[in-house]
Design a protein around this ligand. Structure first.
Ligand SMILES: NC(=O)c1ccc[n+]([C@@H]2O[C@H](COP(=O)([O-])OP(=O)(O)OC[C@H]3O[C@@H](n4cnc5c(N)ncnc54)[C@H](O)[C@@H]3O)[C@@H](O)[C@H]2O)c1
Ligand SMILES: O=C(O)CC[C@@H](O)C(=O)O
Length: 470
């Protein structure tokens, strides 16, 4: 990345070299070192004081957090001395492009689309934090091509989603949503027709990952029979049973619940043909991604009475913030949906609990700090995972070189020629597809040599991004 030297806070420009020499490096060591996720602590030599690697004034790091990221995450980032701006909602694309030009880190949830168009404007961006499970809103391939790391929180809200689905199964079986709406309008409508217990009914889980498998355990505890369909063969929990095809599941289940990611092969996975296969009077729940269900087909199946009820938490288009947006302007069938009986509509709240949001805030913010301060990529969804133990304060004249590069032959030789005048204490390199990530801790490196190392690495044709931390 030819302009990285000017814009990458990891780049030892003369400004950052000068400003960091006299800097107190331990602005807030605790936030990095108390991480429960990385096993860094265990790898540290006893009684050595870890040194925070910051080749820049921490105040120079600019972070934009969108979509009301939890306070736990904001606190961790602010404690590092970074400049943190936090907004409650997402931003329209043009405003996002304006903002993203200037920042080093962006934190988002599910609404902010970080497309190639947006990311191509993000000249300073080092890392993206998705404060959620899904990463489908980010162009991961393009981000990797630019050497921009992406982190998420793979399962901190799984339990919250599973509990919501359990609540929805009973709510649909007993038509609780409709009874409640009627009572709110003053209507007493005591009925038992087509209201059921869930005990002994069959739950069909599509996608038996973190959420699907958690849900399986809860559903069995309530006396349901569980079957599941997944593209991967997975160990069944309890007495659940994997079925060989989606059609098998649809034909057997009383309740079908979807827990697959947004992928080309899951788009409209449940459409007219699949709804037809479902049992007469069965129910559909979608708390995965809005693209997975063909909504006009669902409307038709519900109007005919073939599908007795449904719960939707996610939609193809979702608004950037809270407000009266669930209209046909957002999705052309929104008002028709609103008119259906026994249909639970929720505003993408599957993972929205205090517990989940706090845990996600901590997990993702700590991953960001580890990456910014030490270059550790453990848990990254798009870069190879690499970690080295922290340098310590009793290791003076050490520097950590991070070289993100195209995965082509001969790179290690060239890098080691550049590092050759110094002692390479530790080195790790890993690749993922076309991309490779190298970390090396070198000693006997004088302050004025760092700039040369940086410029030599940047001059290699394989270079995507170089950072030198010291
Ligand atoms: N509503 C919410 O607030 C909310 C919260 C968290 C997660 N989610 C969404 O829920 C979904 C599932 O999350 P998770 O954490 O359980 O994911 P996961 O990756 O742990 O599990 C997904 C499972 O789906 C399977 N799968 C993939 N493609 C499939 C296909 N074509 N057919 C059948 N199975 C397939 C995978 O093999 C995997 O086992 C994701 O889309 C996620 O973004 C929504
Ligand atoms: O909190 C969100 O916006 C997203 C929740 C969920 O869809 C996820 O991907 O974790």
């Amino acid at each position: 990345m030819s302009s990285a030297r000017d814009i990458n806070p990891g780049a030892p420009t003369s400004r950052s070299v000068v400003s960091s020499w006299g800097q107190n490096l331990s602005t807030s060591p605790v936030a990095t070192l108390q991480s429960p996720t990385a096993s860094l602590g265990g790898l540290l030599p006893r009684r050595s004081v870890p040194k925070l690697l910051k080749p820049f004034n921490t105040q120079d790091i600019k972070i934009l957090l969108l979509e009301n990221v939890n306070q736990t995450g904001r606190d961790i980032l602010t404690a590092q001395g970074y400049q943190v701006e936090a907004l409650k909602s997402s931003l329209p694309e043009d405003q996002l492009i304006e903002k993203i030009r200037d920042i080093h880190v962006i934190g988002i949830r599910s609404k902010t689309k970080l497309s190639e168009r947006v990311l191509s404007e993000a000249k300073n961006l080092l890392v993206i934090g998705c404060f959620c499970i899904g990463t489908n809103q980010v162009d991961l391939t393009y981000a990797a091509r630019r050497g921009i790391a992406v982190f998420n929180s793979p399962f901190a809200n799984s339990r919250s989603v599973a509990e919501l689905v359990i609540a929805e199964i009973i709510t649909l079986a007993r038509q609780l949503g409709d009874r409640s709406i009627e009572m709110h309008r003053g209507t007493w409508n005591k009925v038992s027709a087509k209201c059921w217990e869930i005990r002994g009914k069959t739950l069909g889980i599509v996608g038996y990952g973190h959420i699907g498998s958690q849900l399986s355990v809860l559903a069995e505890a309530m006396g349901m029979n569980v079957i599941y369909y997944d593209v991967v063969t997975l160990m069944a929990l309890g007495t659940a049973r994997q079925v060989p095809s989606l059609d098998n599941l649809l034909e057997e289940a009383d309740f079908v619940t979807l827990h697959v990611p947004d992928l080309p092969e899951t788009r409209n996975m449940i459409s007219a043909a699949q709804l037809d296969r479902m049992k007469e009077g069965s129910y559909l729940i979608n708390a995965s991604r809005g693209t997975v269900v063909d909504i006009p087909a669902l409307v038709k199946a519900m109007r005919s009475g073939h599908i007795a009820g449904a719960a939707l938490d996610v939609y193809p288009n979702e608004p950037a913030g809270n407000g009266d947006y669930f209209t046909n302007n957002l999705n052309p069938w929104a008002e028709e949906l609103r008119s259906l009986s026994n249909l639970i509509l929720t505003p993408h709240i599957g993972g929205s609990t205090e517990e989940a949001q706090r845990a996600i805030g901590v997990e993702v913010a700590e991953a960001l700090v580890r990456y910014i301060n030490q270059g550790i990529t453990l848990g990254s969804v798009n870069l190879p995972e690499a970690q080295l133990r922290s340098l310590t304060l009793d290791e003076p004249e050490h520097a950590r070189v991070i070289y993100i590069h195209r995965n082509v032959p001969g790179v290690l030789r060239k890098v080691n020629e550049i590092l050759g005048d110094h002692n390479v204490d530790k080195q790790i390199s890993d690749s993922k597809g076309d991309l490779a990530y190298l970390m090396a801790d070198i000693s006997n490196v004088r302050y004025e040599q760092i700039k040369d190392i940086y410029e030599s690495l940047e001059g290699l044709s394989s270079c995507i991004m170089t950072r030198v931390l010291y």
